[in-house]
Design a binder for this molecule. Sequence first.
Ligand code: PRP
Ligand code: URA
Length: 209
Amino acid sequence: MTSTAITVVTHPLINHSLTILRDKSTQTEEFRRHADVVSKVLLIEATKHMLLREKKIETPLAPFAGKKLKDDVIVVPVLRAGLAMLIALRDLLPAVLVGFIGLERDEKTAIARAYYEKIPKIFSTHIVLVIDPMLATGGSMDDTLKAVKGKGAKRIVAVSIVSAPEGIKRVTEKHPDVPIVTAAIDSHLNDRAYIVPGLGDFGDRYFGT
Ligand code: PRP
Ligand code: URA
């Protein structure tokens, strides 16, 4: 099996918006707006290998041999923070099929507990995007990748905004077939398994809890 490809997306819009997300003085409204910008740029990168088919159309002036997306995409946001990235993807691919997985980390152990799962039937031809803004220990991503593989997924891309080396290592070792697209790989996890420097608790900051 080939080893995991890790893409750290560098783009001025990501640098700008991610700094605003990291800033502890950023309030909910701004946090949401910049989470959307970062998510869109990451998702454009994550879908760049989608296949196209020919589509003949007529412009107002002449026939034109155009292109149409051939691949069908299923997105699986990890509840609840993954919803932030779903909004960005829905703008890019309005017809995307959506599966959900609900995972919540125990505050003491940082081990994720599953509380919800609804994933559509996945065919081997589908591209499955697993979206979760924070890849910390990698436990939530590992569980989600196992779940989507159990439903038949073969072409998967994991997308996170901020990753820790620990999470990258876990996903890389357990899922060498799954490329990771992220905006940053930070320094380390602290003793509560939060990413340092990170941006704090993404879900709490995005949802204003
Ligand atoms: C956060 C985040 C990821 C998970 C990452 O979710 O959104 O899902 O932690 O951590 P891991 O890599 O160590 O598993 P959290 O459990 O805080 O739930 P929330 O999305 O409801 O805020
Ligand atoms: N989840 C978050 O929201 N932030 C972290 O730093 C780690 C997990």
